[in-house]
Design a protein around this ligand. Structure first.
Ligand code: CAA
Length: 258
């Protein structure tokens, strides 16, 4: 498939997707989300890829769902046709880790897309917000659900109700982002994190992602039970044998993703 709104590259074992609609600050229309879904699935199915990075430009990760595209939708377009967010769930089906490397604006659907990734590395100029209230609507791709889980009810309410933006420092303090780096270093840092992940055992990485995500969907005792089952399963992999043997032999493990 030819992509028009995203750039897709491979950097060793890392798949890099760059949102590329600069004139609209990477506003997320149906085509962008469709292309993103296709690229993500292709990387997920590609045995040579072990981790994925999604980024935007230095000015905008993404300034939200495309307001021009949806401004005149009726309730039936939105509800029955599901025109606005019908492509948005693909990212949740991806089993390999996905890092959001966010510089500039991550607003509305942009913030929601970043939160759908497994973790966010922010540039020092990043700004996060859910300004839908100013448009006479509300977050529609998980903002009211993932934000309270990520940063507390108080801050989520504050952001969704007042539309104020959160800078990178506040986002890191609140736990929305895992680290902040100077904007010029963002891609390097994100690729370095992705390469570190890519040097581990892929099935173990997938189990870790599955287990951490389970924490959001279940009780603590069920989650711990689920984790224990995966932990036990890891002893059925060759990579667990190699990882522990290498530690005892004081050498770097050579994982085979088996
Ligand atoms: N949709 C469509 N176009 C957008 C856009 C969006 N979300 N955000 C920016 N653009 C366009 C602007 O219309 C403008 O286009 P033109 O040059 O053709 O006029 C271009 O991008 C540059 O934008 P600005 O001139 O506004 O740039 P700025 O630097 O002055 O301001 C900004 C930047 C603060 C991000 C401002 O563009 C803005 O507030 N954007 C809208 C943010 C927003 O409300 N996002 C939520 C969308 S709704 C949503 O996402 C629903 C959901 O949950 C799924």
């Amino acid at each position: 498939m030819e992509f028009e709104c995203i750039l897709v590259e491979t950097k060793e074992k890392v798949g890099l997707i760059t949102l590329n609609r600069p004139k609209a600050l990477n506003a997320l229309n149906d085509q962008v989300m469709n292309e993103l879904g296709v690229a993500l699935k292709a990387f997920d199915q590609n045995d040579a890829i072990q981790c994925i990075v999604i980024t935007g430009s230095q000015k905008a990760f993404a300034a939200g769902a495309d307001i021009a595209a949806m401004a005149n939708y009726t309730f039936m377009d939105a509800y029955k046709g599901d025109y606005i967010t019908r492509n948005w769930e693909t990212i949740r089906q991806i089993r390999k880790p996905v890092i959001a490397a966010v510089a500039g604006y991550a607003l509305g659907g942009g913030c929601e897309l970043a939160m759908m990734c497994d973790f966010i590395i922010a540039a020092d100029n990043a700004k996060f917000g859910q300004p839908e209230v100013k448009l006479g609507t509300l977050p529609g791709a998980g903002g009211t659900q993932r934000l309270p889980r990520a940063i507390s009810k108080a801050k989520a309410m504050d952001m969704c109700l007042t539309a104020r933006m959160m800078d990178a420092e506040e986002a890191e303090r609140a736990g929305l982002v895992s680290r902040i780096v100077p904007v010029d270093m963002l891609l390097e840092e994100a690729l370095s994190a992705a390469n570190t992940i890519a040097s581990m055992s892929l099935p173990i990485i997938m189990m870790i992602k599955e287990s951490v995500n389970r924490a959001y969907e279940t009780t603590l005792s069920e989650g711990v039970h689920f984790e224990r089952r995966l932990f036990h399963s890891s002893f059925g992999t060759e990579d667990q044998k190699e990882g522990m043997k290498a530690f005892l032999e004081k050498r770097t493990p050579e994982f085979k993703n088996q």
